[in-house]
Design a protein around this ligand. Structure first.
Ligand code: NAP
Ligand code: ZN
Length: 340
């Protein structure tokens, strides 16, 4: 089969490799689509540890083509989405229900072969069924949506909550929609590109703010701002120092800040401890997708979260090399690789 294999830092090639054979409990899945995520670019540049040679791609969905021995609950022809994060089930974190913090966490598309290929092996416990009627590319959004869902769960959004979302990439766009589904009535998207602000408003944001035209803190949380006094919940989805610094200042007293965006390990920002104490802010990190994949699949299957407008373009495996080796184009939300 054809696959995109990362052979060492900066060396990504389309190769003809053995078609994998499903072992006990495994599904052999014909990949319908696999999203290109920032992590794939980090892996390419050696900024995130992985075990090359490895076929990357962890946001995939496809059709079950064969099943290994002992598989129950899936049959050939099922459309599935795969949760790439595999926990060990035995370590203290897994035993306390925090599978995303597993000491032995490994991921499909990082530590073992992933979805930038014609076929991928998915252990049955990592799979969730999707309806046959769903457009074939939509399943590729289940993994990023499951990560956003964990963040929104941690934020404890209630009907009537107000939310500020910093960063209009795919994570911000999915989070906007989840906040509305969770009952938030005011959702402000802060992002620099006007196309992204317009899209956010189209899919659920009630307001948007351009941080290049004025101070976001005054414009949103100021007395004459969009949410005077700040928001119940602020969700950082940009992963840059500027928005990390802004996030606590955009939350109202007693509010919650959730950090979804990733800054490089070792990078730091300044915070004002007095402000966090005096206004009793909760600052919470949210890492990947513990037990959220099934709900993410259902949100996409039912159309409760819309992903059609988030697909910027689809590319072949050959074209994907260039996509992964370069930064995203202006305005681009998500590029999907369609290998077959
Ligand atoms: P992305 O496409 O890079 O989106 C981030 C967006 O933030 C950019 O598109 C940019 O849009 C906006 N931005 C950048 N600087 C800004 C600023 N100063 N003010 C306001 N907006 C700014 O990335 P993504 O795929 O959506 O992912 C977002 C973050 O989540 C990344 O750090 C990613 O690694 C992380 N992530 C975390 C998890 C988790 O489990 N916690 C899972 C998946 C991804 P404009 O140009 O319009 O400003
Ligand atoms: Zn574990």
């Amino acid at each position: 089969m054809k696959a995109l294999r990362l052979e060492s830092t900066g060396h990504l090639f389309v190769r003809e490799v053995e078609k994998p054979v499903p072992g006990p409990g495994d599904l052999l899945v014909r990949v319908e689509a696999c999203g290109v995520c920032g992590t794939d670019r980090h892996l390419f540049h050696g900024e995130f540890p992985c075990t090359p040679p490895v076929i990357t791609g962890h946001e995939f969905a496809g059709i079950v083509e064969a099943v290994g021995s002992g598989v129950s609950g899936f049959v050939v022809g099922d459309r599935i989405t795969g949760d790439p994060n595999i926990s060990c089930g035995r370590c203290p974190q897994c035993q306390s229900g925090k599978v995303n913090l597993c000491r032995n966490l490994s991921a499909i598309g990082v530590h073992r072969d992933g979805g930038f290929a014609e076929y991928v092996i998915v252990p049955q416990q990592q799979a969730q069924r999707l309806p046959a009627s769903l457009p074939p590319t939509h399943g590729a959004f289940c993994e990023p949506l499951a990560c956003c869902l964990h963040g929104v769960d941690m934020a404890e959004i209630k009907p009537g909550s107000s939310v500020v979302i910093l960063g209009g990439g795919v994570i911000g766009m999915l989070t906007v929609q989840l906040c509305r589904v969770a009952g938030a009535t005011r959702v402000v998207m802060v992002t620099r590109q006007s196309e992204k602000r317009a899209l956010a408003e189209e899919i659920g944001a009630t307001h948007s703010f351009d941080p290049t035209t004025g101070d976001a803190i005054a414009g949103i949380a100021g007395a004459d701002g969009l949410l005077p006094g700040g928001a119940d919940v602020v969700i950082e989805c940009a992963g840059v120092a500027e928005t990390m610094r802004q996030a606590p200042k955009l939350a109202k007293a007693g509010g919650t800040v959730v950090i979804l965006g990733v800054m490089a390990a070792g990078e730091t920002i300044e915070i004002e401890p007095f402000d966090i104490l005096f206004r009793e802010l909760k600052i919470i990190g949210s890492f990947v997708n513990p037990f959220t994949h099934r709900r993410a699949a259902d949100l996409i299957a039912t159309g409760a979260v819309r992903v059609d407008r988030l697909i910027s373009r689809t590319v072949s495996l050959d074209e994907a090399v260039d996509v992964i080796a370069n930064p995203p184009r202006k305005g681009e939300i998500r590029v999907l690789v369609v290998p077959n």
